[in-house]
Design a protein around this ligand. Sequence first.
Ligand code: HEM
Length: 354
Amino acid sequence: PGPVPFHSPRQAAVLAEPVRHTIVAAFDVVAQNRHELTELLRELTGRAAFLTAGGALAALGITGPPADSGVLGPEVPAGELSVLVGVGSSLFDDRYGLAARKPAKLKPMPVFPDDALEDRWCHGDLSLVLGASEPDTVLHALRDITRATRGGMQVRWKIDGFTSPPRPAGTPRNLLGFKDGTANPQPSELDRLVWTDDGGSYQVVRLIRMLVEFWDRVSLSEQESMIGRRRDTGAPLDGGQEHDVPRYAEDPVGTVIPLTSHIRLADPRTPRTDGERILRRAVNYDLGVDTNGNLDMGLVFTCYQRELERQFEAVQKRLEGEPLTDYVSPFGGGYFYLLPGVTDPADHYGRVLL
Ligand code: HEM
């Protein structure tokens, strides 16, 4: 599929093919009042529309700073960037008198039992996910947006993500070496599982560190038992190809695919749990080295669903204490509501809601 059109009833970039570079950022909104909040959302919409459509930059003034950072040269290329905008429950506190407008199921991300959350990496009034095939494109967009919205919002946290190309084929791999994103809902299931009735979606972001040095000392068969899939092909352990469907009914005690494997706990594929499925869009991150000299890398896990508790939290609860928890450690993220799409040039993010 080609670039997703900006004007659309839904922020359909959620469904686009994985791109190589992503920035996920959360902001604190500092607008002084409701009017300034609306101005902020208008400005954000205008920048997102321009940055995705591309074009020549506005003419230079004589004394002011140039129209943008210049990172992409004099013209922003068309169709390179995707933008996703969400809002956190904190935007609906007393500040702007929006309590009655809060999406019904939106709430702050709770702390789960295996979490080691750091406040500086958590929550936010607004979320932004930028995607492109080059790292300078997403950085340029972030700088353009932060500059245009200065006074209205400030970056709270930001993480760079990347996606591998198919190695050698199929779904991209995460930094544990396994294909990640294989079992996701089909296009025909999105209305039932992903989009809310007003064209939004609940967005979960989880920043999950991977203890890769520790993982790299585990045998391949043990790694595969923890995940429930083959590392090379991504096939379930009872199958031959990546997209083969695991046959749990034929393996009730987990001889081939252990009952404690990640995929079997995450989605036991029963009629009862069918409505709990989620759309996952994970990317890798690399933050360098921690203060103890360990490699600091992992997964920026994001997922989209119609409901947080019935879907993401139900899956997360089943994964509590899974063998994989010894090798991963969630340290940040938040819950957001991906706003309905911007339908036309007169519309702006959150117009219906706010
Ligand atoms: C599947 C890795 C965190 C939910 C998978 C797969 C891998 C994987 C390799 C199999 C391929 C695929 O279908 O995509 C990881 C790693 C994680 C992580 C390394 C943490 C660093 C999570 C979290 C959730 C989750 C936090 C949700 C709470 C799922 C689901 C599936 C899945 C629903 C599909 C299961 C199926 O239908 O077979 N994960 N995952 N994962 N994961 Fe995760």
